[in-house]
Design a protein around this ligand. Structure first.
Ligand code: B3K
Ligand code: ZN
Length: 882
């Protein structure tokens, strides 16, 4: 495929100011009449042909200013409707097209999910509804009339406010929606179906009464209560935290069961994957509740960061996504424990973004080119994009940052903006030159910051020497995009939040004139700073709160790390210290050192920590006790990965920690038990207690599988929440035998009519680290509840296997790779977006040891050789093989 380049951006030659849509829903023959008010763009090329995008459309008629066009006045291709010699004055086009929503398996454009008509237009799905200038810098005011069978679709929803509704002939009815805010086509949406509504109200700070509705499958309205509550809290929070007020009389959220991603921020009509709306204590885990809260907030916050201010082009995707992730992270931090949430954010970043940034799919937060934009909704654009905004706040301080945000929103309101516009707002309020900082958007790869400390006892000073580098793989050109010479680029601006800690606690007397408000800014390739007031040899607490998305290379002993775990004031670095101690052991073990490291000191430190703090902050304690994942270990090793060795190392450490802490963990589980008759609450404190209880179960089972089996089986039977039941099942899943199998059957039977719960059942089985799991996964593909047409099912079975089962996906015989390749090839013709996403399961293949690398290369080559691959899959497979 020919890439599209940022450098080639040109404004559209034509603009569309108003759109009137008349959509008559029918399962197979939906008719769309689009009336477009067009005019030449003064910033475009005069007299240029009008090229409207269109895909999978049947053109029924085409008129200009009410007159049917002669067939030689226009051309229809597979991807466009081209009008030659368009007028130099404003004009109107009326385009009638027909689409088949039932045949739409790609789930882009208008489709049917469980009998509900719905749409997905980002990034380029609107062209599958009508011919249009389907690009985000063409913004129009939309009026949409939706007509449908009254029985089939009693609920008809559109963007904006409802203005009219009524009968439309025998058995038919209609509704008209008007959205006064100009928007790009990717924010268009409609829904028609038989849905139940959970309603609510919100009064904005400026006195607007907003009608809130969560629409779900009939009979499930009570499961939408948490989502509705999250909407209300999001609306209130955005007013106080960012001064952003809602701007319509209606805000609707619709849950559908077939959806390619998590949710979509269509103006006034968010459409969600139902897994991020529906929750009840019996069916949803604490993690599900937290995800619902975060994603509801995320989509709502897009109303300003995305909709009111949108992106000029898709290269600017991080402008809305990175910023909105930052905003939803701040919201969740305010709703929950900030420290615990920050640790979760960083775990996600390291699990998803770091490997991406190190592998063949590495790309800048603002890519310079793409072949298929839907492949760029990545952890780099979203999560690293959010880290850049966070660094900006760290550099400017919260007050200047807030003024910059206000300026950005007011200057860019109603426009399609760029990263430059965003940075200009902060430069204006701070007076700073942000040119060097902007390199974060352009540079792929995770920087490595090397730090060496030295104490000068006689002088009472301490020096820290910093150096920043790009990892060698990038310097060699991996992941480099044209125009980016990785090794020749100037340094990044890296905020290093830091402090010094002594054996008794933080050294408050230690000062350096290079450190302001606890932050040193590393702007050069290397730099040295000196603290005075340091009588004793300190331990440096670096990158507190994970102040920059870098890897830190610093020499530290166990003793240093345990000082931080015990005494640092920064909870993130306390957690990091425990992870580092664990990681040192895991890495040594996985590399096959002769003598295993002694764990006694680590166990003793964890015991002291638990005795002091487990009951006062169980959520934090659960994280401290969580052994780094196999993926973390692989990322730390970086090359020649043997997933079996990693799995053994992790199993060994779990066993050792479990044995060392056995009695304590048993007592903790009892101390944290819910008082009899207590009511479920999804709040962070209750969830934290459940989390610690279940981490304790995991370690107990790691130490003594028989004891673990008994505890887990009892918890499985007695559980009143999905969190506890699933944790028990996860523990059982690691212990082969009849107890596991009968628990799995009991679970399937109990939740036979709960697709979202069966997803968990598929996922647990797909991640069992045993040799016959691949056979099990293949058998499950034939299970009646499994469907290749449903993205959630595919993700839970196939995605969990490839992304969550390192030993079995990476089987030495290559059978895991063959399976993924087969699935990608089978799915590609019907849903290329999901096929391409699954294919990214190969993303880290170059890190593997040579034998597995060769097998993965074969599977990738087999995919690449298939004729007729979608653009989505061929783009990923091509980059993967580079
Ligand atoms: N903006 C959507 C993602 C659209 C993905 C298109 N392939 C959801 C979100 O980030 O809020
Ligand atoms: Zn988003």
């Amino acid at each position: 495929p020919i890439p599209i380049r940022l450098a080639d951006y040109r404004p559209s030659d034509h603009l569309i100011d108003r759109v009137a849509l008349d959509i008559s829903l029918d399962a197979h023959a939906t008719r769309v009449t689009a009336t477009l008010s067009l005019r030449p763009n003064p910033a475009g090329r005069a007299g240029a042909d009008l090229v409207l995008d269109g895909e999978d459309l049947t053109l029924l008629s085409f008129e200009r200013d009410g007159v049917a066009l002669a067939p030689d006045a226009y051309t229809v291709t597979d991807t466009a409707l081209i009008l030659r010699y368009p007028p130099a004055e404003p004009f109107t086009l009326t385009i009638r097209t027909q689409v088949d929503p039932s045949a739409n398996t790609r789930l882009m454009g208008l489709y049917r999910s469980n009998g509900v008509y719905c749409t997905q237009c980002e990034a380029d799905g609107f062209r599958r509804i009508t011919y249009f200038l389907d690009r985000p810098d063409v913004m129009a005011v939309y009026t949409t009339r939706i007509e449908a069978d009254r029985e089939e679709a009693p609920v008809l929803l559109g963007n904006g406010n409802p203005i009219e509704a009524g009968d439309a002939g025998p058995g038919r009815h209609f509704a008209v929606w008007h959205d006064p805010h100009p928007k790009p086509a990717y924010l268009f949406a409609l829904v028609g179906g038989r849905l139940d509504r959970l309603g609510g109200r919100f009064t904005t700070r400026d006195g607007r009464e907003v009608d809130l509705g969560i629409f779900v499958e009939p009979g499930k309205a009570e499961r939408a209560a948490y989502a509705l509550d999250a909407v209300i809290r999001s609306m209130a929070w955005d007013e106080t935290a960012f001064g952003r007020i809602y701007d319509l009389d209606v805000f609707n959220v619709v849950a559908v069961s077939d959806f390619n991603m998590g949710a979509m921020e269509n103006k006034g009509l968010n459409i969600f994957n139902d897994r991020y709306v529906l929750a009840s204590p019996e069916t949803a885990t604490d993690a599900d509740y937290a995800a619902i809260e975060a994603i509801i907030a995320h989509e709502y916050f897009h109303n300003w960061s995305g909709n009111r201010v949108t992106c000029r082009d898709w290269f600017q995707l991080c402008l809305k996504e990175g910023l909105t992730v930052f905003r939803d992270q701040e919201f969740s931090s305010d709703m929950r424990s900030r420290a615990v949430h920050r640790i979760g954010e960083v775990r996600t970043l390291r699990a998803r973004q770091f490997p991406e940034d190190t592998g063949p799919l590495a790309h800048p937060v603002r890519p310079q080119q793409y072949a298929e934009i839907n492949n760029f909704y990545t952890a780099t654009v979203y999560e690293k994009g959010a880290e850049i905004v966070r660094m900006l706040r760290t550099l400017l301080g919260p007050d200047v940052f807030a003024r910059g945000m206000d300026r950005y929103f007011s200057e860019c309101d109603g426009t399609a903006a760029t990263v430059e516009d965003f940075l200009a707002a902060f430069a204006a309020v701070s007076g700073l030159d942000l040119t060097a900082f902007a390199r974060w958007y352009e540079r792929p790869g995770t920087p490595v910051v090397t730090v060496e400390g030295e104490h000068q006892a006689a002088a009472g000073t301490y020096t820290l020497r910093f150096r920043q580098d790009l990892p060698s793989a990038l310097a060699q050109g991996l992941g480099r995009q044209p125009g980016q010479e990785a090794d020749a680029t100037p340094p990044l601006v890296i905020p290093v939040a830091l402090g010094l800690v002594g054996p008794e606690g933080v050294l408050r007397e230690a000062v350096s004139d290079r450190v302001h408000d606890g932050v040193f800014v590393l702007e050069r390739a290397s730099d040295t700073i000196t603290f005075t007031g340091v009588p004793v040899a300190p331990v440096a607490s670096l990158f507190r709160g994970f102040s920059a998305p870098v890897r830190v290379a610093a020499v530290a002993t166990d003793a240093d790390r345990l000082v931080l775990l015990a005494h640092d004031t920064d909870p993130f670095n306390r957690w990091q210290a425990a992870q580092d101690v664990a990681m040192a052991r895991l890495v040594a073990d996985a590399r096959g050192v002769d003598r295993p490291m002694d764990n006694a000191g680590f166990v003793a430190a964890l015991a002291t920590f638990l005795d002091r703090e487990a009951l006062s902050d169980p959520a934090f304690a659960a994280l401290v006790l969580t052994v780094p994942s196999e993926g973390d270990i692989a990322n730390t090793l970086g090359q020649s990965i043997d997933p079996d060795a990693i799995h053994r190392a992790r199993t060994d450490l779990r066993r050792s920690l479990g044995r060392g802490l056995f009695e304590r963990l048993t007592r903790l589980r009892e101390a944290l038990a819910d008082p009899a008759g207590s009511r479920f609450s999804p709040d962070a404190a209750s969830a934290g207690r459940r989390a610690l209880r279940n981490v304790a179960l995991d370690l107990i089972a790691g130490a003594d599988p028989q004891a673990g089996l008994a505890l887990a089986a009892a918890q499985f039977d007695a559980a009143t929440t999905m969190t506890d039941r699933l944790a028990a099942l996860s523990a059982l899943a690691l212990i082969p035998g009849p107890t596991r199998e009968s628990a799995l059957s009991a679970f399937a039977e109990r939740f036979a009519h709960e697709p979202l719960v069966l997803d968990k059942w598929f996922a647990i089985q797909a991640t069992i680290p045993e040799a016959d799991t691949l056979d099990r996964v293949r058998r499950l593909q034939a299970h009646p509840a499994f469907a290749m047409t449903n993205p959630n099912r595919v993700r839970s079975l196939v995605g969990s296997f490839s992304a969550g089962n390192p030993t079995q996906f990476n089987r030495a015989d290559g059978a895991g790779y063959d399976f993924l390749a087969e699935t990608v090839i089978a799915l590609d013709p019907t849903n290329p977006q999901i096929a391409a996403k699954l294919l990214t399961g190969f993303g880290s293949w170059r890190m593997l040891e040579p034998g597995r690398q060769a097998k993965a290369a074969q599977s990738l080559a087999a995919i690449g050789a298939r004729p007729g691959l979608s653009r989505d899959v061929s783009d990923i497979v091509g980059r993967m093989q580079n």
